[in-house]
Write a new protein. Structure first.
Length: 152
């Protein structure tokens, strides 16, 4: 009986391209939702205490659009079709609640992009992982902005 040599450092790929595209499309749905939510929140936030963050939310909306374009291009690169579906959006008449909703959305994005980076690395798609890490870093910056606006 002969034993086949094994490489202890090589583990089987658990991520498939199809699953990766599905997760990218879910991230795209959240990006679309974030754009809509940020635009709406920036427009309806009132009061002097919200002047600076209201303007920042417009910046966030534009950055989320940039993320959406990048994610859609990645989906296309992996032979997928970018979704037109949108995830859940949150609205409120209370300014603090709006910012908390935005913060919750950023945490969802952060968690999702961390998973996508791992998946890209499992697929040995290191350039893709780098694009996703850049988006992740931007989402973490949004989180810090919102935490600051909430006075935490």
């Amino acid at each position: 009986m002969t034993l086949e040599p094994t490489n202890k450092f090589r583990r089987p790929k658990m991520t498939t391209q199809k699953l990766f595209v599905e997760k990218l499309n879910k991230a795209l749905e959240w990006e679309y939702a974030a754009i809509i939510q940020y635009v709406q929140h920036a427009a309806v936030l009132t009061g002097a205490q919200y002047d600076a963050i209201s303007k920042e939310l417009v910046v966030h909306a534009n950055e989320e659009l940039d993320h959406a374009v990048k994610v859609a291009e990645l989906i296309k690169d992996f032979d997928g079709v970018p979704t037109v579906n949108t995830e859940k959006r949150e609205v409120s008449s209370d300014g603090k609640k709006m910012l908390e909703q935005d913060l919750a959305g950023e945490q969802i994005a952060i968690d999702g992009y961390k998973e996508l980076v791992k998946m890209a690395n499992e697929l040995s798609e290191f350039g893709t992982a780098q694009v996703l890490e850049e988006i992740l870093a931007n989402e973490e910056e949004h989180k810090r902005d919102l935490i600051g606006a909430l006075g935490r």
